[in-house]
Design a protein around this ligand. Structure first.
Ligand code: AHR
Length: 597
């Protein structure tokens, strides 16, 4: 059957928001820690096991035997917010005559990173750490392969510090061979005692030089996101408030960020990717930052409204950190971190999925009033759904989340058809097919594509939309499916990632009215289409972008009838079709077949 899609290319249409499609970054599935944040060392400050020592210091492990070395944590760290350090007592000795010689390469401590470090021949890595020693020796700093081969090594000549003081050390290692599952070891072959703390290893080449793993950040940048919502999600709430993400603990020098155990997704984070890094990432992607903050509510607890004052002040401080002048209290902390200019923070979300939790309305209003008073331009996002009934409180946006099956999400292409056009706009900050979706398959992506076309058609009621979750480290999947799958050295987009790429030119484009028509025997119920016009300033051309999802089991020929344009105006070289397809609806991409769909 043939379907005719008619559009008038010269119709002014309706401009869609510049922020219509964007990203939601949450610290889930090791999205940041062991993912986008390029830090190779896991548990860099030895704090993950808690502040009571001796503690567990996984995944660090001992290099050498019981007779050769003893390692364990104590509380001798120079950092007040990170009390724990690692003490290394070398028992073997190559320098003096004796029977207890050290093994080749020495003894000490090693870290395997996040399921292996990706060390590539020819690449450089900056290794930084804090050291305290009571004796003089040569410290070996090396990346070694799984089977013990040295990939890169430097020696540091350490002098005994009579005062027992700590000093920061920094070396650059250039790898001479490759292993995707390497480890970092710090070892000695001389008897004596030394301490390590805040050990970091980063590739010197990161996205825009800001510490983001390049290939992953480039996959984000390819989507041309209009906004970046961060850092969660449930991660912001915590199961308990003590484990919620707190912006204040995630800024300033890395060495003195306490890190925390995210008790919703159940892993420790050193908080190398903190509040500042979220703001920086948004800026680097050309996206508007949207900060989701904790409003005194976790999964299990709620701070009563009468006691919410300090929480409100904490958020005002956080906004000052983002956009206060460099001589303000918190603006100065930001400036010292390398960003004297304010970040363009104009959106905040008051909590996450808290609408029906105790004290939400009361707490919300306290945050809302205080922020509007000091920052009238900041747009605020409520957790309550205003798509079918008006909100009972003031807001600029309301949050809308949907996780469902393919048929239902396809049906939801009409979700916002009858939503009020006046009042707060919808922010669909989390959507995904999560049922019958495997690890991300074609049918899920098709339903999502239809839902997004529905959002384009309703972009006078919906102003922002983002898929969730964005990332998963394949070694520790806490949520399924996700848009981008990675391990220490590989990455691929699930079909849900690729479907977002179809919308990369939609932000700020004009929605052109269009109609579809077929003969009476052809059902159009499985089809959804949109036509948008986008002006590209780089070459001065206007593009007409036609998107169509056929969710039915019958193939349709789509015939395009475009008026308001002459054939001479069509540049053949600039006209193309992108098709998302595969052999079967349940097909998925994988590391071995990343472009199957
Ligand atoms: O995207 C995963 C989780 O789903 C988010 O943390 C939460 O907001 C939602 O429940």
């Amino acid at each position: 059957p043939t379907v005719i899609l008619r559009a008038n290319a010269s119709h002014p249409g309706r401009q869609m928001p510049e922020t219509l499609f964007g990203l939601f970054f949450e610290e889930i599935n090791h999205a940041g820690s062991g993912g986008l944040w390029a830090e190779l060392v896991q548990n860099r400050g030895f704090e993950a096991g808690g502040a009571n020592t001796p503690s567990i210091f996984d995944p660090w492990y001992k290099v050498g035997t019981e007779a050769q070395v003893i390692i364990g944590t104590d509380r001798s760290s120079p950092f007040d917010r990170n009390p724990v350090a690692l003490k290394v007592e070398v028992l073997c000795d190559d320098d003096h005559k004796g029977l207890n010689f050290c093994p080749k390469g020495g003894v000490g401590a090693a870290n395997p990173g996040f399921w292996g470090m990706n060390i590539l021949a020819g690449s450089k890595y900056r290794v930084e750490f804090w050291l305290r020693s009571t004796y003089s020796f040569n410290l070996s700093i090396a990346f070694t392969s799984r089977d013990g081969k040295v990939l890169a090594r430097e020696y540091l000549s350490v002098d005994a510090d009579a005062n027992g003081g700590w000093s920061k050390q920094s070396v650059v290692l250039k790898a001479k061979s490759t292993d995707h599952y390497a480890r970092l070891s710090l070892t000695s072959s001389t008897k004596g005692v030394f301490w390590l703390d805040q050990v970091s290893a980063m590739p010197t080449d990161t996205f825009k030089g800001h510490g983001f793993r390049k290939e992953l950040a480039m996959m984000l940048s390819d989507l041309k996101p209009g906004f970046l919502r961060f850092p969660g999600g449930c991660y912001v709430e915590g199961t308990r408030l003590t484990n919620a993400f707190r912006w204040r603990d995630s800024v300033g020098p890395y060495e003195n960020r306490p890190g925390h155990y995210g008790d919703v997704w159940n892993y420790w984070s050193d908080d190398g990717f903190g509040y500042y890094e979220g703001l920086q990432l948004a800026e680097d992607l050309g996206a508007a930052p949207i900060w989701v903050f904790n409003n005194g509510i976790s999964h299990w607890e709620s701070v009563p409204t009468e006691a919410i004052g300090p929480w409100v002040q904490d958020v005002l401080d956080g906004i000052e950190f983002a956009r206060g002048p460099a001589n303000s209290t918190w603006g100065a902390v930001r400036a010292k971190m390398g960003h004297p200019e304010p970040f363009r923070l104009h959106h905040v979300a008051i909590g996450n999925e808290d609408c029906w939790k105790p004290f939400y309305r009361g707490n919300y209003m306290e945050f809302y009033k205080a922020i509007k008073l000091m920052y009238p331009d900041i747009q605020m996002i409520s957790n309550c759904d205003g798509s079918s009934v008006p909100l009972d409180h003031p807001a600029d946006y309301y949050d809308f989340h949907v996780y469902t099956d393919p048929n239902n999400l396809f049906a939801m292409r009409h979700q916002f058809d009858f939503t009020s056009r006046s009042g707060p706009k919808a922010f669909v900050s989390e959507y995904a097919v999560t049922v019958n979706s495997g690890h991300g398959n074609l049918v899920a992506a098709l339903a999502e594509g239809a839902f997004l076309i529905g959002i384009e058609l309703n972009s006078d009621a919906v102003h922002m939309a983002s898929y969730a979750p964005l990332f998963v480290n394949d070694n520790d999947r806490r949520w399924n499916p996700d848009a981008i799958v990675f391990n220490s050295w590989q990455e691929y987009g699930t079909p849900s990632y690729w479907v977002q790429l179809f919308f990369k030119n939609s932000n700020g484009a004009h929605l052109v009215p269009s109609t579809i028509q077929a003969d009476s025997s052809t059902s159009l119920a499985s089809l959804i289409t949109s036509v948008v016009r986008k002006h590209k300033s780089s070459n001065g051309l206007d593009y007409l972008i036609v998107k169509a999802v056929n969710f039915g089991d019958c193939a349709l020929n789509l015939e395009l009838e475009v008026s308001g344009i002459s054939a001479n105006d069509v540049v053949a070289a600039e006209s193309y079709i992108t098709l998302m397809t595969s052999e079967a609806l349940m097909d998925e991409n994988s590391f071995t077949n990343p472009l199957k769909v």
